[in-house]
Design a protein. Structure first.
Length: 365
């Protein structure tokens, strides 16, 4: 029997610098030996968003330390590794370049094979790492920078069923929080306020629900929140706590209704292929939202599909998913070399036309 492989993964495509070590068995089961994430939110806090140049510089400064920490936590050294996997896109180009250059340096110095990984593939394959899902499974990537339904057929074959044509849901949560004077990141703040709100008080739109496809739109919803807020301010010179809670609850209910309804369409299309072990997994920070998670779980159980939600620290950006996705490529004999380039855009499903949306963190797919 072939021996296990041990992969170091690097991630630096947005505002988290991360390194991890993952062990893969020949049957593709993975074990996370270490996972280190150094965030940068303090560096960007004054700017209201991620500043690409600041992010790239911080990645360059933090990557070495993250690699050291990941190896130390795994109780391994570079000589124990079989390959180095790195996010080669999509993402902010300066950050992706920082990671790719660091991985190339390590590969050149050690002679270890280099493997470039698509960041979105890392997210899409996470549920296989954490929950051992069998191919093909359906996944919804839902975060501040992406929103798409994908059928995962293998580590290298993805079919995009649809996605957002403008904002990503996390981005809409963040903008809504800003409109209502709530702290960032907006998702958790809006969810907290929504607990004491009435989701039915404001009639907020559910865009594209009249269309029988899996595409979504969230920017009009955010504008509707803005209008409702301005209406209240004009009426009574300000918002009460209850107004704010009701707006948050209404917004969250609208996002959850859209994701639930589109998940139903995506699941029907996926199920028409008669998968042997039907499963649906979420990935991305918005998967932390209890109302949204419950809506997706309900749709899955209605249709007899297993629902998987990886632990939150593996839903958000991390390097364990990159090491695992790189390891899957390594097991098939696939390698890159020192000509590997960083790609700001890199759609997973190249057969589909590009979606119009770009997302808060830059054009993704
Ligand atoms: O996956 P992630 O950490 O980073 C990327 O965007 O790649 O996701 C962060 C996004 C933010 O927009 C944040 O507001 C959102 O996920 N988020 C949530 C919740 N927790 C985080 N959105 C809704 N409800 C939450 N509880
Ligand atoms: Zn991500």
């Amino acid at each position: 029997m072939a021996k296990d492989v041990i992969i170091l993964g690097l991630e630096s495509s947005c505002d988290d610098t991360a390194a991890a070590v993952v062990r893969l068995r020949n049957d593709q089961r993975g074990e996370i030996l270490s996972s280190v994430v150094a965030g940068q939110s303090d560096l960007h806090a004054d700017f209201g968003g991620v500043v690409p140049e600041i992010a790239a510089r911080a990645h360059t400064e933090k990557l070495d330390g993250c690699v050291d920490a990941a190896l130390t936590q795994a109780k391994l050294s570079l000589s124990d590794l079989d390959a180095i996997a790195v996010t080669a896109g999509p993402g902010l180009i300066g950050g992706v370049l920082s990671g790719v250059m660091c991985a190339k340096g390590l590969s050149a110095a050690t002679g270890l094979p280099l493997i470039g990984v698509n960041h979105l593939a890392g997210h899409a394959l996470t549920a296989r790492l954490t929950d051992g899902l069998d191919y093909p499974y359906l996944t919804l990537l839902v975060s501040g920078g992406h929103c798409q339904f994908l059928i995962v057929r293998s580590a290298s074959a993805f079919v995009r069923l649809g996605g957002t044509i403008d904002d990503a849901p996390g981005e809409a949560f963040d903008k809504t929080a800003r409109l209502l004077g709530l702290p960032q990141p907006g998702g958790p703040s809006v969810e907290r306020e929504a607990q004491s709100g009435d989701p039915a008080r404001f009639a907020l739109p559910r865009p594209l629900l009249d269309r029988d496809d899996c595409n979504m739109s969230f920017s009009g919803l955010k504008t509707a929140v803005l209008r409702a807020r301005d209406g209240l301010v004009a009426q009574k010179q300000g918002l009460t706590r209850q107004d704010r809670a009701d707006l948050c609850a209404g917004f969250q209910a609208a996002v959850s209704d859209v994701l639930g309804a589109k998940a139903r369409i995506a699941l029907a299309r996926y199920l028409s292929e008669a998968p042997a072990a039907p499963s649906f997994a979420v990935a991305g920070g918005v998967a932390a939202n209890q109302t949204i998670r419950a809506a997706l779980e309900t749709v899955s159980s209605d249709l007899g599909v297993r629902f998987a939600a990886p632990p939150l620290q593996l839903c958000t950006d991390n390097a364990a998913m990159i090491a695992y996705a790189g390891g899957l490529r390594f097991l098939t004999g696939d390698r890159d070399d020192l000509t590997l380039s960083a790609r700001p855009r890199w759609p997973l499903d190249q057969s589909q036309p590009a979606l119009l949306g770009s997302g808060r963190k830059g054009a993704k797919a």
